[in-house]
Design a protein around this ligand. Structure first.
Ligand SMILES: [Mg+2]
Length: 135
């Protein structure tokens, strides 16, 4: 599999958007894209609500299993990212540049050394897996 980038997401996202909704896409406003993004965020939060019920022993009998919920959560997080990219596209925002800029300004504001604009793959501490550990 080729390396995923936000540029690749934008390219494929916009191409598919025009293929899928070519007749109506000009009618969508920024509010429509924002609402779609927030709708997916709501779906994501609903899955987390069910995961939390499981964590606290309040699981409903008809709730999916924890592995099923984690798979559902991955899908909903992806949906949020996909719509977020389209929201940024609508307003002609380069999402990668926006993330790098905001991340670095926040690090600078709070005195943290982490920067996306200068980060290399080897500068990120790892803890035995390929993902940084959770706080
Ligand atoms: Mg969804």
């Amino acid at each position: 599999m080729s390396k995923f980038t936000l540029d690749k997401l934008r390219e494929q996202n916009v191409a598919r958007l025009h293929r899928w909704h070519s007749n109506e896409i000009d009618e969508w406003t920024g509010a429509d894209w924002s609402n779609a993004t927030c709708g997916e965020a709501g779906e994501m939060a609903n899955v987390v609500k069910k995961l939390r019920r499981g964590e606290t022993g309040a699981r409903n009998d008809d709730d999916p299993t924890e592995p099923e919920l984690r798979a559902m959560l991955a899908d909903e997080i992806a949906d949020v990212a996909i719509y977020l990219d389209l929201l940024a596209w609508y307003y002609d925002i380069d999402l990668a540049e926006a993330i790098i800029s905001k991340f670095d300004r926040t690090s600078e504001r709070y005195g943290f050394p982490e920067r996306l604009s200068t980060a290399s793959a080897s500068s990120t501490p790892r803890s035995g897996s390929d993902q940084p550990s959770r706080p």
